[in-house]
Design a binder for this molecule. Structure first.
Ligand SMILES: *Cc1c(COP(=O)(O)O)cnc(C)c1O
Length: 385
């Protein structure tokens, strides 16, 4: 028996305390100071994002997108059912109607082929979620959006430092393709600041207004740049920006991104190799390595054959001190959605709700712990035979 292996363990970057101290000693602890700007620059430079704004969470960033696209009550947003509640709530808050689309049969990402028939005159935007960091088919989504004049919002909460590979083999950072994109730095993600997120604006039309909404509906950002001589209330908005303490944590992590990513990829690959024989035996199904996406090792998941087997495996691993977990429950079947809406039949979303299991994956996970987890999963299937 081994010590408890948690599902996640937040990583502390080397400079984190030093940067936090630096903020505390400065006269600027609220938002949009030195560390916020360093983070914005980092993302804009490394990924070519047109404009970045740190937010207090990805949920906040999603809410900002609903304000930016001027969503009106009754307008419709197409989103995958297999996602986190915030992907839907951000738009429900503005009175929008959520239209759920099914996942692909071989990945939890939205099935692009099912989107077009959900579009009507009320449709305003398509939100795609890059599940486990793996890219949705962005060429196909953008084509549909252009045809019907819709906005595309990438919920890239899990997709930091990952790339979409298009049909010409060209690589584009996730978050750089949709009109607007959102990231999360929640402690369960690859790069973290406790709670935290970011809005990415790739379409010029949204740039000016995004800063205003970010700064409580005021033109304070242009005031501080000296563009206007006083600032006031010019639009709707809210308090979306994080404090400098959060930005300092985030910047320390960003300085180590290559190291963090390479460690996570090693762990991911070790799981993949270690479980490959079980896939060959038909015991389980590993995530498919898509040709149109790189892998940012956000998550290691696989699929069991039945829901009962999946739940038994989770229990079995928990008994051996391994905290494996399932993931999303289809949102179209949630009590909140189903009380007011006709529940569509989305079999692939339900399939992933029922069969998917996630394994511990964090920076400090040790080689011998990964070996132990792989051995226990093999033992479980050996006992079944
Ligand atoms: C984590 C996550 C969110 C929410 O992020 P927060 O920063 O906690 O608000 C939204 N969507 C997806 C797909 C996520 O994985």
């Amino acid at each position: 028996m081994t010590d408890h292996i948690p599902f996640n363990k937040p990583y502390t970057a080397e400079n984190q305390l030093e940067f936090i101290n630096d903020v505390l000693k400065s006269d600027k602890i609220s938002g949009n100071g030195k560390y916020t700007k360093l983070c914005h620059e980092f993302f804009e430079k490394r990924y070519g994002f047109k404009k970045c704004l740190l937010t207090s969470s990805c949920t906040d960033a999603l809410e900002m997108t609903s304000l930016l696209i001027d969503l009106k009550p009754g307008e419709e947003i197409i989103i995958p059912s297999y996602t986190f509640v915030s992907t839907a709530n951000a738009f429900v808050l503005r009175g929008a109607k959520i239209i759920f689309a099914d996942s692909e049969s071989n990945s939890p990402n939205i099935d692009i082929n099912r989107i077009e028939k959900l579009i009507n005159k009320n449709t305003k935007a398509i939100v795609v979620v890059h599940y486990a960091g793996f890219a949705c088919n962005m060429e196909a989504v953008m084509k549909i959006a252009n045809k019907y004049d819709l906005f595309v919002i990438e919920d890239a909460a899990q997709a930091i430092d990952n790339y979409y590979i298009d049909s010409k083999k060209e690589k584009f950072p996730l978050g750089s393709i949709g009109h607007l994109s959102t990231f999360s730095f929640h402690e369960t993600k690859n790069i973290i600041s406790g709670e935290g997120g970011m809005l990415v604006i790739n379409d010029d039309r949204f740039i000016e207004r995004s800063e205003i909404i970010w700064e409580k509906g005021t033109n304070r950002s242009s005031f501080f740049r000296g563009e206007v001589n006083k600032y006031g209330w010019v639009d709707v908005g809210s308090s979306f920006l994080p404090s400098e303490l959060t930005a300092a944590c985030l910047y320390a992590q960003l300085l180590e991104i290559d190291n963090i990513q390479s460690k996570r990829k090693q762990i991911w690959n070790k799981y993949y190799t270690g479980l490959y024989a079980l896939e060959k035996n038909g015991n389980l199904k590993l995530p498919q390595k898509a040709i149109s996406s790189t892998n940012n090792a956000h998550m290691f998941y696989f699929l069991c054959k039945t829901s009962k087997e999946r739940n038994n495996l989770i229990k079995y691993l928990n008994n051996y001190n391994i905290n494996a977990v399932f993931h999303y429950l289809s949102l179209h079947k949630s009590s909140f959605y189903s009380k007011d809406n006709k529940v569509p039949n989305l079999i692939n979303s339900d399939f992933f709700s029922n069969l998917l299991i996630r394994l511990p994956l964090y920076y400090e996970l040790k080689e011998n712990q990964i070996d132990y987890i792989i051995r226990k999963i093999n033992d479980f299937y050996a006992d079944l035979d």
